[in-house]
Ligand binder design. Structure first.
Ligand SMILES: [Zn+2]
Length: 233
């Protein structure tokens, strides 16, 4: 498992990595999980937490409610007594267990999403989960024992949130991706120009490392480059 440490000693562990990332933010005995992956990886998630000797989580932050991030949310809430935190605009999707999928932003994904009918959408339904906290921009995680705050970074989904830790490292969900070389753009988004504005918002922090929901960590230089390229178009 890949581990990062912040200047003041918080640890970040990538509990599941690769196609769909799950991260654990720890400060001593306090733990926050970020996203949950697909239900078919539930045993991997449980095993990884077991290896880390974690049987209780203080909170589960959902960057957004697309199925590939929330399929284990209800399970984590129950099994680890985690307080589930989600953006206020997606709490109802989570309660229903069904979140509309975003449209394509490039030709192949535009064609793909135009072929996906409403009926197919139901295949992406997941186990419903009640949000304990419906958060919005600026929500502080101080009461959970962390110098961290949530930032509303919409675009890929309406309620996308990034978790800014000590103004140093940000968990960004699908506000950007670490999948393609020299690009952080996401192939699906509800509003692509809003997505780019969210990059600007993330660059207003002093964060140097951005941990995406999919793929490898992204450095600040690449975010700046992609942001400049998009705003000058
Ligand atoms: Zn995703």
């Amino acid at each position: 498992m890949k581990i990062w440490t912040t200047a003041s000693g918080y640890t970040i562990t990538r509990v599941i990595g690769g196609r769909c990332n799950v991260y654990l933010l720890s400060n001593g005995g306090k733990h926050i999980l970020v996203d949950t992956n697909l239900s078919r990886y539930r045993h991997t998630l449980v095993r990884s937490l077991e290896t880390l000797k974690i049987d209780r989580l203080d909170a589960l932050v959902l960057t957004h409610t697309h199925f590939d991030h929330v399929e284990n949310a209800a399970f984590i809430q129950k099994q680890y007594s985690a307080q589930v935190i989600v953006h206020v605009s997606e709490a109802e999707y989570l309660r229903r267990g069904n979140t509309p999928l975003p449209s394509g932003t490039i030709l192949p994904t535009k064609i793909l999403t135009s072929l996906i009918s409403k009926r197919v959408q139901s295949h992406f339904a997941y186990e419903p989960c009640r949000a304990d906290i419906q958060a919005d921009d600026g929500f502080s995680l101080r009461s959970f024992g962390f110098n961290a705050r949530l930032m509303h970074t919409p675009g890929q989904s309406c309620g996308m949130m990034s978790l800014i830790v000590e103004n140093e490292i940000a968990f960004v969900g699908d506000a950007m991706m670490g999948v393609y070389p020299n690009s952080i753009f996401v192939p699906f988004a509800e509003d692509a120009s809003q997505l780019v504005r969210s990059w600007g918002k993330l660059l207003d922090t002093e964060c140097t490392l951005f941990l995406p929901g999919h793929g490898s960590p992204v450095g600040r230089v690449l975010v700046e480059k992609c942001y400049r390229r998009r705003v000058s178009q």
